[in-house]
Design a protein around this ligand. Sequence first.
Ligand code: GLV
Length: 313
Amino acid sequence: MPNPSVRHVLIIDHRADALAAYFAARRSDLVCRVRSATALTPGDQEWADAVVGFSPPGSLERSSFRWVHSTGAGVDAWLDTPSWPNGVTLTRTTGELGVRMAEYCVGHALAVSQRIAPFYRDQQAGQWTPVEPSTVRGTTAVVLGTGSVGSAIGAGFHAVGCRTIGISRSGRPASGFDAVYPVDRLADRVVDARWLVLAAPLTPVTRQIVGAAVLAQCRDTVLINVARGGLLVTAAVLDALRTGALAGAVLDVFDTEPLQPDSPLWRTSGVVVTPHIAGVTHVEEAGAAFLDALAHLESGRRPPSAVDPARGY
Ligand code: GLV
């Protein structure tokens, strides 16, 4: 791993001031420049040794920085360039995202099973409708992605008595899962899934992976997407909700964010829309991840948070 000398840090995250204060308190040798991604000058990119942010400031082609630290876990926006510039290191922040996303996923699974929204609607209408809730215990959760986030989600479903199946590129065993299968087995593993959770990075392999072919195998499944909107085909999800292959969809991420006002997802029965809040990175996590990666780079070691641009995570 190259050893870039890092002094000038350009911060374009929406919490840039807080990140700059975090760095100043710990590494007074760093010079931070705070900019909004839309107000960057070409000079800013020339000045920077490293860039810290959630998504890229337009084209990276003409930039001279040697390192990008993503304040998010997903780096698809950074890698969405014709080719990642050679010799530029890309690191990311994972922090405790897995714990937060696991609570989101299990919380929504329990809410669906306990019919919290329908009972609340009945209460608003003054209606007494005694429908027995179902249980999460004894159901199967299939989780696409078995990295730190996917594993935490698997462990969360395990804790409430589910059988947990992981799906990953390699199919290697991973913590939190009773069994893990390679990605080409997704369609046949979803057959038993009550919960189909998407927690994988958006890469050329996973883009639109949940489309008509996978959804056709679902039976009364609830889809939960905490990864990226690009993992699924929205039209196929709407069809599957119509046919009953999907019993519901809990969606935190979308192709376009904020979700467009005219999207049918807002108003489709069985769909829960949340505004990309399932795994918010805290400033301290992004700051600590940056400084940890910096310490590795300064001593010529590959940071554990480094992404393989060809693989996409
Ligand atoms: C959130 O979307 C992240 O990538 O961390």
